[in-house]
Design a protein around this ligand. Structure first.
Ligand code: SF4
Ligand code: SF4
Length: 460
């Protein structure tokens, strides 16, 4: 998958897979499950038993869009804890095999002359979240300085955007033109992995400049693209702690937006890469949003072995998933079937201060210290050290010889900052840690007074 460094001096390189895998379309499944983040039954305009059409907004007035991706009947609505530990409202629909489209689904007429605000409304109605922040409140984000359309993927084992670029080079120019007008971005960049330079040289990109990006993880992550090729930081929702004026849209989503504006239909399908740790093969499948992961496994004749794992959204940033009923969402990029020999066990062992996590961190965090602070619940100090800038790339955990669950510590700290205000009672215990010896940089942070303080402290 990548190169580990010679004698451990240089950080290892993880290359994105350079594989062409045609996209296979799956039929509409018998049942789909649609997930709606932090919503309750009272936000729904439908009930159990209601007949729904494809493209119908299931949300009560103004609370959506939350669209049905099939025609069928609502079978259940319940709260659901996702693999990312977030709470969702889950709506199950028993699907008909034939689509009947909701009459409100209409295209945006005269796209070439349409005003940006009308285009943005069309994109918003179709349920795309990438442009929400500028659509919701133009006073806060009045302009977009840079739009990046990315043909890179989010995980080394995902080839969704690469394949979309291989299959649709002739549609790229139209997507750039329309999205540049929709966002009114003053600069537009098409980011392409180096290995697809041949295709990029033949693509007409209009006003966009082409950035050839080394296909090394995490170069495809939006935050890295925004930093290296955009106008600065990534535009995110207000409470994410970021400010900036670059919007990054995946090529798959960009083409889907154009399709939505032309046809009026929301994004109904999602392409996901299935990677199989047992034989190393990658395959792409296009499914209705809401399709259970199990349908993909069945089609590919792949089974999760005892003691193996199912991982959604990438081996570096993804989550284990304990049920093949888990639905594909508009942002699911990949499904990885991990063989038992690949399963990596994290351990809560002590940090040896080797510094590997710090040297590989793409946003220059002091990961070793942050890991310890988070482990002991000292979240306020984590904030002071900038834990909110962690992009959860997973590289620190990948290189840690002590196998510490560093990404989990980072996400724990981010959550903790939102919910905990006081220093916890176990501050004393954390300060007492002598596991790393006198060279521990955390000693400076923790402000030990004397060497004897350390010697007297018990090991934790
Ligand atoms: S957390 Fe792991 S990688 Fe980082 S310094 Fe400690 S042992 Fe090394
Ligand atoms: S997961 Fe966060 S802390 Fe770890 S290397 Fe990536 S950005 Fe740095």
């Amino acid at each position: 998958m990548g190169l580990r460094s010679f004698f451990g001096i240089l950080p290892p390189k993880l290359y994105y897979k350079d594989v062409s895998a045609p996209i296979e379309a799956l039929p509409v499944p018998e049942k789909i499950t649609l997930l709606w983040y932090r919503r309750t039954h009272s936000d729904l305009a439908v009930r159990v038993g209601t007949k729904v059409e494809t493209g119908q907004d299931l949300a009560r007035n103004g609370r959506g869009p939350f669209v049905s991706t099939v025609t069928g009947r609502v079978e259940e609505a319940s709260t659901f804890l996702g693999v990312d530990s977030r709470e969702y409202l889950a709506v199950q629909i028993r699907a008909d095999q034939k689509d009947s489209f909701d009459p409100s689904v209409t295209s945006v007429a005269g796209l070439s002359e349409t005003q940006p605000q009308t285009l943005r409304t069309g994109v918003n109605r179709a349920g795309f979240t990438a442009l929400r922040s500028i659509i919701r409140d133009p006073r806060v984000w009045p302009t977009v300085d840079c739009l990046i359309i990315s043909a890179l993927d989010l995980d080394p084992f995902s080839i969704v955007n690469q394949q979309t670029f291989r299959d649709n080079p002739e549609q790229v120019e139209a997507a750039i033109e329309l999205l540049a007008r929709t966002t009114e971005a003053s600069q537009c960049v098409l980011a392409v992995p180096d290995n697809l330079a041949d295709i990029a040289s033949k693509v007409s990109t209009g006003a966009a400049t082409v950035a050839m990006v080394p296909p090394v993880y995490p170069n495809g992550l939006p935050e890295i693209l925004a930093k290296k090729y955009g106008a600065g930081l990534l535009m995110k929702t207000y409470d994410a702690g970021f400010a900036g004026n670059t919007v990054v849209v995946s090529l798959e989503h960009a083409l889907a937006m154009v399709n939505s504006l032309q046809s009026g239909r929301p994004m109904l399908e999602k392409t996901v890469t299935l990677s199989n740790g047992q034989d190393g093969k990658l395959r792409n499948f296009r499914v209705r949003i809401g399709t259970p992961v199990g349908e993909i496994l069945k089609r590919a004749s792949v089974e999760v072995q005892p003691k193996g794992k199912l991982i959604l959204n990438g081996i570096m940033r993804g989550y284990s998933c304990f049920s093949d009923e888990q639905p594909i969402t508009a942002t699911t990029e990949s499904v990885h079937v991990q063989s038992p020999s690949e399963v990596f066990f994290f351990q809560n062992t002590q940090c040896t201060n080797c510094g590997k996590c710090n040297s590989i961190c793409p946003v220059d965090l002091e990961v070793n210290i942050l890991g310890r602070l988070s482990e002991y619940g000292i979240f306020n100090k984590c904030r002071g050290l900038g834990v909110e800038n962690c992009i959860e790339c997973g590289l620190c955990a990948y290189v840690c010889p002590a196998r510490r669950p560093l990404v989990h510590f980072m996400t724990l700290a981010k959550q903790g900052i939102k919910t905990v205000t006081d220093e916890p009672a176990n501050m004393e215990e954390a300060l007492a840690c002598t596991a790393c010896g006198p060279s521990c940089p955390a000693i400076r942070l923790f402000d030990f007074d004397t060497e004897s303080d350390k010697e007297d402290s018990p090991k934790v």
